[in-house]
Design a protein. Sequence first.
Length: 291
Amino acid sequence: MFGTINSKLLTRIYGRAFHNPKARGDYDSEGRAVLDDDELARILTIFFVDFYHHNQHTGLDFKTPANSWLEVEDKYYVNAPPDRHTVRSAVGIEMQRKLSKRGIDVFGNYYTCPELQAFWHASSKRQMRIRVDPHDIGAISVLFGEIWVTADALDCDLDGVHMSSWVTEFRAIKAHNKAESELSSDLRDRALKNIDAICHKAALRAGIGPHDLTKEQVLKLQKDLFHGTTFKPRPEIGAPVEELGLMGTRFETATALEGSKPSREQIADDETDSNETSQPITKPTWNLEDK
């Protein structure tokens, strides 16, 4: 394996260190180093997934690892990989968090589920054992007796968001809102959009690289960065609103006619239907709400 990596991959990489000083000679490894950690991780992923597994292997009677896997898969049952809840419940980072009416506060977000809501009303116990996965903070696992139950992030979609990315955005939010213990949900939404944009451009897709956090780092971040700061809940959909005053008055505007003109397809349909009479274009009704 290491010989293959050396001969097939490392010879292509700038700044290689060689296996000993004599083999390196006068080659300037440090001066020619150009790759960062993420780029190297991506290269390794491509090499093993796209190159190594699709090349003949002497130990497999010159079959490729990928084809050998497919042959064996047809003969033997292959267990499906565990889902993220199973992985998080088994090897996630464990901590104690307090249950409130909104759920469990961790990483500046509230997490809840029907089991937690029922537990809040039925029990006076407030300290809960939870487990988190730094690679995906979209949900947490909460222990009820001997069963781990998934609690999803409340008010926002954090599925697939790595904690390292969230920490970067959260620090930026707190830096601009130092006096606020409850932050606007709009700030969180913008942070998630920034994270999505970065992830779409990132080279790393396999969950490997320098972004792994230790248990000590996660607990320290919760204590130092996220402690005492949460986001305000979103307004409930369908919640009653106060009677509209002047700024809620219904009125018509002629300037909006341009945006309400019928499409060409609608005009063509009207012209081909001789049995229908054309209807006058009415002015649209607008409702200006005080936000």
